[in-house]
Structures are given as C-alpha cells and as structure tokens.
Ligand binder design. Sequence first.
Ligand code: FAD
Length: 416
Amino acid sequence: MTAPGKLRVVVIGAGAAGLCAARHIAACPESFAPPVVFEASGRVGGTWVYTEETGQSPDGLPIHSSMYRDLRTNLPKEVMAFPDFPFDPSLPSFLHHSDVLAYLESYADHFCVREHIRFSWLVDAVSPAEGPEGGWDVTTCRAQDRTVQVTERFDAVIVCSGHYSDPFIPAIPGLETFPGRLLHSHEYRGPEPFAGRTVVLLGAGPSGVDLTLQLAPVAQRVILSHRQPPLPPLPGNVLQAMPAVAVAGDTVQFGDGAEHRADVLILCTGYRYPLPLPGARPPGPADHGPHGDAAVSQICPFPHFHCQLLFCLAVLRGACRLPSAAARQAAAEGELRQHLAAGGAPRHFHQLGRRQWGYCQELARLGGFEPLPPVVRKLYEATQASRRQDVSSYRSLNYRVLSAEEWALVGADPGG
Ligand code: FAD
C-alpha cells in the first residue's frame, strides 16, 4: 500500500538511464513511493551487456545489445560518468565495454537499485488510465512466458528502453538481391569472419568508422561509403566512397557513378525508434525521420540522463511547473522551424551536439539542481577535436581531472 500523496513511478528498462531514474526516485522518499523498474532481461546495464549471440536470445526476445567484442568507448570515462559517481580512477580514459558494464553494476549496488527491479519482465503496453485520478496503466508479462499479462496503475511512467536495438535498413534498390553476406552493425561482433574479403560499409557514424578500423587489418579491402567530408587518414586498404545508390548482383553503385564489387555489405545505418509502447508518448511535432530521430543523440549520455531525470522528478514533485501542452507544442514547432531555416535536416533535429550544454544547463536551472561541471564540456570538445585529427589513435590519450586542491596548487580556476 502506498502512502497517500506519494507518487508511484514506473521505470521501463534497467540500462544506464533506468538505473539513474530509479536511484533518484529512491532518494526522494518524501515525494515518491519506491520505484518499480521493469527490465526485460535478467541483468542491469542494457546496451553494455555484451553477448556473442545475434538474432534472438534463448528466451525468444530479440538481442538488445549492439556491442561488439572489442568495442572501446568513444568518450573518455571522465566525460561518460554520472556526475555523482566517478569511474575507478585507475582505469584508462577510454574503456573496454566490460568496464562500463562493471561501472553500471557498481552504480546499481552503491545506490541499492537492484531491489527495485523486476527482472525478466517485459512491458507490453502503456495507456492512459481511465477515471478522474489519471495515471497510466502499464501491462507487463514474463519475458519467458508472454501468455500471462498483468496490468498495474502508476502515476508516472519513465521510458528508458534504449534506442539502439532495432536496425534501420535503408531503401537501396537491389539491396535484397546482394548475393554476399549482408548484415547490420547491430549483428557485428568481431572482424575474423571477414578476413581476406572485400567489405563495403554504409555509413560513417561512430560504428561505421570503428568497424572500418577493426576490419582494415584483416580484410583485403574496406570501402567506407558516406556523405560526410573525407575522413582523416585511414589505413591504406580503406577507400572512402560516396553514398551507395544501388546494388546490382555483387556490385555496389555509388553516388558519383563509381562501382565496387563486394563480398560483404555491412549497414552502419543507425536504428529505428519505433515507439514500441502504444500510448507511452504521443508523437510530437519534431518526430521526423525514419530512424532514431525522436530520441536525442550527439550527447554525453550518462550526464544527460542525470539532468533529464532530475528535471523530470522536479516536475513530478511539483517543484517546477511545465508550461501548458499547447505552449510546449508551439515552442517545439518554433525550434523546429528555426532548425529547418538554418538548413538542418528534419531528421537531425534531435542531434543536440553543441546545443546539449545549454539544454542541460536550462534543465538544471529550472529543476533547481547543480549544473554539469564545465570540465565535462571541455573534455567532450577536446575529444571531438582529437578524433577529427586522428580517428585511429584518439583513444590512446589519457585525461585526468584535477581535484579542487590540485587546481588551488596550480593557481588556476577549474571553471575558467
Ligand atoms: P539501454 O542501455 O539500451 O537500456 C535499455 C534497457 O531497457 C535494456 O536493458 C532493455 O532490456 C530494457 N527494455 C527495453 N524495452 C523494454 C520493455 N518493453 N520492457 C522492459 N525492459 C525493456 N555511450 C557513451 O557514453 N559512450 C560510448 O562510448 C558509447 N558507445 C556506444 C556504442 C554502441 C555500439 C552503442 C549501441 C551505444 C553506445 N553508447 C555510448 C550509447 C549508449 O547507448 C548509452 O551510453 C546508454 O548506455 C543508453 O542507455 P539506456 O538506458 O538509454 O538504454
């Protein structure tokens, strides 16, 4: 039985965002009942739970994680950490994925989050509750036995289900006829199966570039097809090509008329964000584009989750009032118009990039919590710059954030 006046909040997913949500809800017992977290898998960590399997897990659920075996983070741990829980200082700045999973597990233990998680429970549907009290009806089932459904009512739902699980497949004429091996980066685990082959990768986002660097030492030739300006030096057997426009047999045709034969085609084309929970969130004006565009990207994920969650809880507690739905809608439409007028593609509206800092600062101001320390932005931008200079070696750098005492010793201002 929940004490009157305490909000019952449900969290969907126990990845980094869900753990952060549960930790902060539990820290506010005067306003919230203990959180209920539904996690479809048997573990915390979400995308950081590496598995060699692809396709479906033994319990019949699609494999959630897109981690590959040798993945190292593309942000240093000093930027990745939640502001209230640093990584082990003895670790290098750029981590193997297993170190990030260990970090999330120790975050869950440190803040006693596990006791709130119902593992192997899948949220099937979320719908607005009927009746004067409002709230949400959340329907769940056991991950291993989906025949029995349970519906519970909550005052608020926080969706932390991730958006890097459902591959986006571009509509390229002839793609379905490619006779070689065709896969999405979601299913890539390591370079060995591609030794001696000619591999075409479509897309030069973080995964496309990473896979290029992993494949180059073993493949005969790697062709990285993308629409960005040419990337800085890549290994000698890597060719950069325009976006692919068609596939005919084993030949890929590119935008400038070039053609290359391929044994393997890897789609590094991002993910769809299909709003799998009916009713969980009505589509907004800025929900453009086919894949992953309704969720923000180009951010520092964990610090960003921290700010969004604290803001969201401030709103739920009544410490911060949202403008009306109509005003929010109008503001979002205005921002979208500005973005389009500045030449931005609709599907890039949620790529925050440099806008993330003002956004997080505004959340902190409105929600009444500490803003992110300026060092996060500085290190993030330094990392982007060093990656632009040399994408092959930027991970060999190690950063160190000085303590306040050390700043005092060197006579400098940590925020300056
Ligand atoms: P997830 O980690 O995806 O967790 C979602 C959880 O929700 C999962 O456990 C899932 O089982 C559960 N779930 C989903 N649907 C349901 C449902 N219906 N019912 C119940 N449970 C459900 N970020 C960085 O900061 N640094 C990096 O270097 C970095 N590298 C990355 C590399 C790759 C290949 C990928 C894919 C992402 C990378 N990221 C990186 C981003 C990463 O996604 C975020 O850091 C973060 O882990 C996302 O956390 P999340 O909680 O939003 O989602």
